[in-house]
Design a protein around this ligand. Structure first.
Ligand code: CS2
Length: 494
């Protein structure tokens, strides 16, 4: 066994004999990207793409500074401080192999909660040319059904009154853009990397709505100067476990307080419209296309929806990981039926993509036994995810008279989980969701009003008024409540 080396800049030379480490000078360069929301996904995806470019001797003006806007981000801040913002990416292959690599593209990190002025100054700095975001699907402060900006949010109200003291991403972006405009600097690009259809268009609409309420002239400048490319991002990134940290130390001899694990697959499709330049990401496999729409829709409605189908049915059954679901033939067949009969039918042709191959590859990726993505991660924040991943597909199928049964059982299962908080063995299920109180209250009325759960319009839109849907949903709810053996119901349908 090798004595573990602490992850730190000064130890990189020693570490280099154990795994690949950054070969570039991390500090002498410019910080061109400010990234808000440095979760595992950003570290497995955008920061990794940039790291690859840096390894090629390119993109020296594009170091990343991470920003945390939530108290919880101080945990990463502390870990990063100890290890010079270095971290390990552990790629988990289907054959059981793990390839660890130290990533160096993030060179700094700041907390907007404790030091907002410094964060604004960073964004307004002349070196900053892109501000990118992964703040989760629920982080954009809009009503998922109507798409309207939520002015009732007290933080938004506060920021409108106190533009110098921002709290949300909207306050920070407008404060920084105002400063740039006043200083005669070009705007930065706002690059969204969350799983939302037309994510750039959505962010543009939200930011302009907020800015218009704050400063009309500034809003006009933003509308004219800031590009918001749409992008489709993809890499399965499970939550890091204690076991991952131990494996890294024991097997690879590296002490890292917060490594990131991910699958081998990686994809990023981006619209090539940037306000102030961009790294040559195409050199490391990023696809630049004129319209990302079809790719986004394909990924959200197949991969992300597929995850939710497995996650919400899997959790009731008692499967703890996505690969365990795929190993279960009933789940794999059910998923494929959902993908073929309900999701693919509304996608149409996507130029350059064979959807059959894409679906085959999804099942393979989900089945990677080494990744062990927990169903808990997938079920988290379903109220923000499902409207875009799954419920949109139900709406579209209702319009064209398509099949809705596979997706409807998932909604019934979700209602049961929120109501009872247990799986079919009686084990507790934790509902981690910004709307958990509302979900619980609505779900618990199901016994007296079978449609109570789907009357939550901000999630389901007008589904409760669609008779075809409500008839089927009522039937499914009865089935699940009468018998939680979810596999029995799934088998009946496939
Ligand atoms: C998952 C995604 O959050 C979810 O429910 O579907 O995080 C998924 O793993 C990524 O989008 C993969 O690119």
């Amino acid at each position: 066994m090798k004595t573990p080396i602490q992850l730190q800049q000064e130890n990189l030379v020693d570490l280099g004999s154990r795994m690949p480490v950054p070969n570039y000078n991390r500090t002498a360069n410019k910080t061109g990207i400010i990234h808000i929301g440095v979760g595992g996904f950003h570290r497995a995806h955008q920061a990794y793409f940039l790291h690859q470019l840096r390894q090629l001797g390119e993109a020296s003006d594009w170091n990343i500074c991470g920003i945390g806007l939530r108290e919880a981000d101080s945990k990463l801040h502390n870990v990063f401080r100890k290890q010079d913002h270095l971290y390990t990416l552990m790629v988990k292959h289907a054959d059981g192999k793990i390839t660890p690599e130290v990533i160096g593209s993030i060179v700094d990190f700041e907390m907007g909660t404790t030091n907002p002025e410094s964060v604004i100054a960073r964004m307004a700095n002349t070196d900053t040319r892109i501000v990118s975001l992964t703040i989760t699907e629920g982080g954009y402060n809009f009503n998922p059904t109507t798409g309207d900006f939520n002015f009732d949010n007290p933080d938004i109200q506060y920021e409108l009154q106190n533009p110098q003291d921002p709290r949300t991403v909207y306050g920070f972006l407008t404060a920084a853009l105002k400063r740039r405009r006043d200083a005669g600097l070009p705007a930065f690009t706002i690059l969204i990397c969350d799983n939302i259809e037309h994510n750039g268009d959505m962010a543009r609409k939200m930011l302009l709505t907020f800015a218009e309420a704050q400063d009309l002239v500034l809003a006009k400048w933003i509308a004219k100067e800031v590009c918001f490319p749409n992008s489709m991002v993809d890499r399965i990134t499970p939550v890091t476990t204690k076991a991952d940290i131990e494996t890294l130390a024991r097997t690879y001899g590296l002490k890292d307080g917060w490594p990131v694990t991910c699958e081998p697959y990686i994809q990023w499709v981006v619209e090539d419209k940037f306000s102030n330049g961009r790294p040559d990401f195409e050199k490391v496999g990023v696809q630049f296309v004129p319209d990302v729409g079809p790719y986004e829709k394909m990924k959200l409605r197949l991969l992300n929806a597929g995850h939710s189908v497995l996650g919400l049915l899997g959790v009731i059954h008692g499967h703890s990981t996505i690969n365990a679901c795929i190993e279960d033939e009933t789940f794999a067949t059910y998923l494929r039926a959902f993908l073929d009969v309900e999701a693919t039918t509304i996608l149409g042709d996507i130029k350059g993509i064979n959807l059959e191959d894409y679906k085959d590859s999804l099942l393979e990726r989900f089945g990677n036994p080494n990744v062990k993505d927990s169903v808990g991660r997938i079920c988290m924040e379903s109220s923000a995810k499902l409207p875009k991943f799954l419920i949109a597909t139900i709406h579209e199928n209702l319009e064209i008279g398509g099949s809705i049964k596979f997706a409807t059982l998932v909604i019934a299962a979700w209602c049961y989980c929120c109501d009872k908080g247990i799986d079919r063995h009686g084990h507790a299920i934790e509902i981690v969701d910004a709307m958990s109180t509302e979900l619980y209250q609505a779900a618990k009325e199901t016994q007296t009003d079978s449609l109570a759960f789907i009357r939550q319009e901000s999630i389901f839109g007008n589904l409760a008024k669609n008779e075809r849907f409500t008839d089927l949903y009522t039937e499914m709810v009865q089935k699940v409540y009468n018998d939680t053996n979810i596999k029995k119901h799934m088998v009946e349908m496939i």
